[in-house]
Design a binder for this molecule. Structure first.
Ligand code: MLT
Length: 302
């Protein structure tokens, strides 16, 4: 019976599937398989008998890929399994940037003891007036499972959508709405879009890609969204651009001391995939990939 260590709690459906046939162990040293969500494995000593690591999520930047490759440890992820959960939050983030719902909620909280709150609200609400996204231009950088879903949903909101990805998969191209204009150069997105959302992995080549230079090519008053990874945006450059008014709003799923709580920033604590459905899908897919490899030697999503 294979021994599996779960570095992070995984959803019950995944755990039930695992415990039916495998031993779930607390002892990392005995593990032949590791299931991980967000815990970083970079500083860990990898167990002698470890054969596979499965990440219940898309990004694998918390796993030491080189170290695993050298030891012949196969690393799996679960692309697409949480894409709908992340997409829904990206769309919510974009709408929160367009409509000052956050400011309105804060005002209601602060005014909760005012017996005449309804009357006061009628006076105050002008302050929270926003804009609509219909007819605005959205640039989606990165057309993987999440980027494609965001682009297609934005089309149905009446937005003019531009997509950029130098490595679009056949699957993504197949699923992308024909209404999304596929541009060959990211600069076209920078130059034209009112909203820009990034959906790329964190790599040496993408780290800090939203920086002073990139921002200088964008439209004044652009709204930036980062639901992909911390460090894709240079937070100091984003803050400076918010302060100058070049960037109107920064919506991020990655709290960072530079931008968290700053005016114009809507920051949430990495909640993109935190839905029951996404957690179940990721756990199930990760467990199945791991079992298929350990039992049959099949490798998928590695
Ligand atoms: C992912 O990499 O799949 C998402 O960022 C969600 C997560 O890390 O849990």
């Amino acid at each position: 019976m294979f021994q599996i260590n779960c570095l992070n709690p995984i959803s019950k459906v995944g755990l039930d599937r695992l415990t039916a046939d495998y031993k779930v162990t607390d002892n990392m040293n005995d593990a032949e398989g590791v299931l991980v969500r967000s815990a970083s494995m970079h500083e860990m000593d990898l167990p002698e008998n470890l054969l596979a690591v499965a990440r219940a999520g898309a990004g694998v930047n918390n796993i030491p890929l080189d170290k695993c490759a050298k030891k012949g440890i196969v690393v799996f992820n679960t692309p697409g399994a949480n894409a709908n959960g992340v997409k829904e939050l990206v769309i919510a983030g974009m709408l929160l940037a367009a409509r000052d719902v956050v400011g309105g909620i804060e005002w209601v909280k602060a005014s909760k003891d005012n017996a005449d709150i309804a009357k006061a609200a009628e006076k105050e609400k002008k302050k929270f007036a926003g804009t609509e996204v219909m007819g605005k231009k959205l640039g989606v950088i990165g057309l993987g499972a999440i980027g494609v879903k965001v682009a297609n949903t934005a089309v149905s909101l009446g937005m003019e959508v531009y997509g950029y990805d130098p490595y679009v998969s056949v699957n993504a191209a197949w699923n992308l709405s024909r209404s999304v204009k596929h541009v060959m150069n990211v600069e076209e997105i920078y130059a034209d879009c009112d909203y820009i959302t990034i959906h790329v992995p964190l790599l040496d080549s993408t780290k800090g890609m939203i920086n002073k230079e990139a921002i200088s090519k964008m439209k004044d008053g652009v709204v930036l969204l980062n639901f992909a990874r911390d460090l894709l945006a240079n937070e100091a450059d984003v803050l400076e651009a918010l302060q100058s008014g070049k960037v109107a709003r920064y919506v991020s799923d990655f709290p960072n001391p530079t931008t968290a709580g700053q005016p114009g920033c809507i920051v949430i604590p990495h909640l993109g995939a935190s839905t029951e459905e996404s957690e179940d899908n990721c756990a199930k897919m990760a467990v199945e990939e791991m079992m298929d490899y350990l039992e049959n030697g099949n490798i998928r999503n590695s």
